[in-house]
Ligand binder design. Structure first.
Ligand SMILES: NC(=O)c1ccc[n+]([C@@H]2O[C@H](COP(=O)([O-])OP(=O)(O)OC[C@H]3O[C@@H](n4cnc5c(N)ncnc54)[C@H](OP(=O)(O)O)[C@@H]3O)[C@@H](O)[C@H]2O)c1
Length: 305
């Protein structure tokens, strides 16, 4: 297997490259920057081959994937700025990257007789109710532009390439990039108290743990749509913040507020981000460790940086 990974300057792509390197699987990483600009922490990703590629340049993408003789694509790149995506001037571009590019990459992989893994999100669902969303649920109703664009990406792939894995994840944190934990640590060190929403519920996903599962997956032909987050009880952002401060030894007070009390963000956020992970078990994949264990290891890794 020869793997091509997009978005390696981001959180997940970085860890996927490291995981492939650790297993000795041949892989090429790509990002929009001409050179790799992720963290230089001595991990193998820095020594793996890298190509600068703007994925909206479809011809160039096809040329590179073909010349590199790629038979497996792990597509981590995306427009991930959820609030900015609401800007009416950016909408078409967001749909181009998140909605159309995955379909054009799927066509290339079909021609190369390869497989493709696409990362999607809990935001494809409406966020209503309290029942965990099942993998085969088709009543989507995304409530923001980012969610709608990622759903368009899913649908474009399903139409073209049966040999696909679509993996919906949520509340992602990794070493290589910005995320909720890093923000809360900064805020907690500066302020005596912080208000955090307690009515949006889901599960965090540590990219290091997820990368292991994704590589396990692409080594099989168990195609389809999956959900993957760290294990453990579903929690609110308030619960998560309390756990972050407890683990980091910060005494910052955490005040629970409703989304309404917190005030509107540009993009609406789903209340119910509970993802059922039954299919992972049914198909015999090893799930991710408990989110508390992931948080502990993540804070230790941040500290060691
Ligand atoms: N973060 C979350 O909480 C979350 C939740 C659910 C699902 N997901 C999905 O999980 C995947 C990985 O997320 P992540 O947090 O690792 O994202 P990330 O850290 O934002 O990384 C995404 C990468 O994609 C690159 N990119 C954007 N447009 C590109 C283009 N036209 N050509 C080439 N590269 C481009 C970005 O480069 P620049 O930064 O230079 O633009 C960035 O390095 C994404 O598909 C995302 O939609 C994420």
């Amino acid at each position: 297997m020869r793997v091509f990974v997009t978005g390696v300057n981001g959180q997940l792509g970085h860890d996927v490259m490291n995981e492939l390197a650790r297993r000795g699987i041949e892989a090429v990483g790509s990002g929009i920057e001409p050179e790799y600009v992720g963290i230089m922490d001595g991990s193998p990703v820095c020594t793996m081959p890298y190509v600068g590629l703007d994925l909206t340049n479809e011809e160039e993408a096809r040329r590179i994937l073909t010349e590199e003789k790629i038979d497996c694509l792990i597509h981590c790149a995306a427009w991930t700025a959820v609030d900015d995506a609401e800007d009416p001037e950016k909408r078409d571009f967001v749909f181009r990257i998140n909605g159309e590019v995955p379909g054009s990459l799927a066509k290339v992989m079909k021609d190369l007789k390869g497989k493709m893994l696409y990362l999607s999100t809990d935001y494809v669902f409406s966020g209503e109710g309290t029942k965990p969303w099942e993998e085969e649920e088709r009543d989507f109703h995304p409530i923001n532009v980012y969610g709608a664009s990622k759903l368009a990406g899913e649908e474009a792939i399903r139409k073209v390439l049966p040999e696909h894995f679509i993996v919906r994840i949520a509340w992602v944190f990794g070493l290589n990039g910005k995320n909720f934990i890093k923000t809360m640590l900064q805020v907690g060190k500066k302020h005596p108290s912080v208000r955090v929403v307690s009515d949006q519920v889901g599960s965090p996903t540590y990219t290091l743990d997820l990368a292991r599962l994704l590589v396990d997956m692409v080594e099989t032909e168990k195609y389809g749509t999956y959900h993957a987050t760290n294990e453990g009880e579903y929690i609110s952002w308030y619960d998560f913040t309390k756990a972050i401060y407890e683990e980091a030894g910060l005494s910052t007070e955490v005040i629970p507020v409703t989304t309404e009390e917190y005030g509107l963000s540009r993009a609406r956020r789903p209340f119910n981000s509970r993802l059922s992970k039954e299919k992972l078990k049914r198909e015999g994949f090893q799930g991710l460790p408990h989110w508390k264990d992931a948080l502990k290891r993540y804070l230790q890794a941040l500290e060691a940086e």
